[in-house]
Design a protein around this ligand. Structure first.
Ligand code: PGA
Length: 249
């Protein structure tokens, strides 16, 4: 059975009280079903409150938006895998385009982070995607392949199956422009081929970039999409409950 994964990336929004309020409102509107999961990525200070507020909800998990590869030490402002786990996180975004392009995160660092997250028995959600200039130069496939190569470096086949990939074209994030379902499916299929050549069995591949309640059904109608990673449209509990309840056609 295809088990859809809906990831909410709250970015730099929703403090602990707001996260608790969100969870209460979401739970009032959402009936969990076995065919889907809803994962929440709050800012670090809200992880513990979010994990507590979604406790016991079938298919719900909480993750961090970024993680350091070292387990502890003098890394001001960073959160390690053990710290994230102790606050209730069981997943971590790695290499989100805002980390890559806004904070200078390198391909090599994404690989270290993925390996640290797996060693800590958490689930990495490795984000890949091309910029508009790269797309216009016809480099989408090459960029995504390079990012996968670095992010998944050194992983065994069994570890690859524990990684979730999120394809998020940078030009579609927060812009209101989303890839067409066909465009997204084409890149997903290329990602799947690349993962298989590395020995992966089944890997979940999400699409992200301006997903909302108006376009999510058409995107998920593509069998290549195993779910979505959503920023802006995940901040409203009623709207997000509607998106998570979307039927896969
Ligand atoms: P968006 O963000 O849905 O607001 O475009 C997606 C993301 O950055 O993960």
């Amino acid at each position: 059975m295809r088990r859809l994964l809906f990831c909410a990336n709250w970015k730099m929004h929703l403090g602990p009280d707001e996260a608790r309020d969100f969870a209460r409102r979401f739970r009032e509107r959402y009936t969990p079903t076995e065919d889907r999961e809803a994962w929440f990525f709050p800012c670090a200070v809200s992880v513990e409150a979010t994990a507590a507020a979604f406790g016991g909800l079938t298919g719900a998990r909480v993750g961090v938006q970024d993680v350091h590869w070292e387990p502890k030490g003098a890394f001001t402002g960073a959160v390690s895998v053990p710290l994230a786990k102790s606050a209730g996180a069981s997943a971590a975004l790695v290499g989100h385009s805002e980390r890559r392009h806004g904070f200078g995160e390198t391909d090599e660092q994404t690989g270290r982070k993925v390996r640290a997250v797996l060693s800590g028995a958490m689930t990495p959600v490795l984000c890949v995607g091309e910029t508009l200039e790269e797309r216009e130069r016809g480099e989408t496939a090459a960029v995504v392949k390079r990012q996968l190569g670095a992010g998944l470096k050194g992983l065994l086949a069994a570890e690859l199956d524990r990684v979730v990939i999120a394809y998020e074209p940078v030009w579609a994030i927060g812009t209101g422009r989303n890839a067409t379902p066909g465009d997204a499916a084409g890149v997903h299929s290329a990602i799947r081929t690349e993962l298989r050549t590395r020995g992966a069995g089944v890997t979940r591949i999400l699409y992200g970039g301006s997903v909302n309640s108006g376009n999510v059904a058409a995107l998920l109608a593509e069998p290549e999409l195993d779910g979505v990673l959503v920023g802006g449209a995940s901040l409203d509990p009623a709207g997000w409950a509607e998106i998570v309840a979307t039927a896969a056609v």
